[in-house]
Design a protein around this ligand. Structure first.
Ligand code: FE2
Length: 254
């Protein structure tokens, strides 16, 4: 795969987007007065473009103190190894387990024809964890749905969210993959909607323009998928997969 260049967008004072082009994701950089943070790292081939992007905003790879992964998909964690020598890597604990155990079904690495080996997570985050950079404070919001370990990062004073793949542009949703759940997804977006932010910045595509309407559109889309998913049990012939469990359970009454 070809190296992907990254355009730099300044979103707020000391907050930058290093824009990835599909299928790569965006990375976000917060230049803190105390600590520098990067959110998501893109595909494994994004390393040089990330280095160049960081240089453009006056940083080097070893200036990043903490890398936060919004979830375990390979297009978000792929270039994390360039930070291994000098930064801590954090994700929700459920994403961390999948990365540590090389859970390829959850990590989606085969979609990109790439290996799931060589990744690590140092810090397991929980909903409510707060990360201070000196000039900003980000609260971790666990938003299961797209995957079980998906998180968003909320900055209450700036009234913004980094939404990963949970909510994309114009209220599109990232879809339900691997460990995800459509009903969890709806509940997660409803919680984001209650924050009444001015902007959300997704993992792919442009930032929100009207977050209230776009989050409602996301809930509506997810609700439609929930209705469609009623057929899923039969489509994947799930009943057959549970037959051996049913057989075993019959003996529990013996
Ligand atoms: Fe994803």
């Amino acid at each position: 795969m070809k190296e992907l260049s990254r355009k730099i967008r300044k979103l707020r004072p000391d907050i930058f987007q290093l824009a990835g082009r599909m299928p790569d994701c965006h990375s976000y950089v917060i230049k803190g007065t105390d600590k520098n943070i990067m959110i998501d790292t893109g595909l494994p081939f994004a390393g040089d473009a990330i280095r160049a992007g960081l240089n453009e905003i006056g940083l080097a790879v070893d200036d990043i103190d903490l890398v936060i992964l919004t979830h375990e998909h390979l297009d978000h964690i792929g270039s994390a190894p360039i930070f291994f020598a000098t930064a801590m890597i954090a994700s929700h604990r459920l994403a961390a387990m999948k990365i540590r155990l090389r859970d390829e079904f959850a990590m989606m690495n085969q979609l990109f024809g790439l290996s799931a080996d060589g990744f690590r997570v140092d810090i397991c985050l929980e909903s409510g964890s707060v990360i201070h950079t000196g000039n900003y404070s980000f609260t971790v919001i666990h938003t299961p749905g797209h995957s079980s370990g998906s998180i968003c990062l909320y900055e209450p004073e700036q009234r913004l969210i980094f939404s990963g793949d949970t909510v994309l542009t114009e209220g599109n949703i990232g879809g339900v993959f691997g460990s995800g759940s459509i009903s969890d997804y709806i509940e997660s977006i409803e919680r984001l909607q209650m924050l009444k932010v001015d902007n959300y910045y997704p993992g792919h595509g442009p930032a929100s323009k009207d977050p209230t309407a776009e989050l409602q559109a996301a809930i509506d889309r997810a609700t439609t998928i929930l209705a469609d998913s009623k057929e899923l049990f039969n489509v994947v012939r799930a009943k057959n997969k549970f037959e051996h469990i049913r057989e075993y359970m019959k003996h529990l009454n013996d």
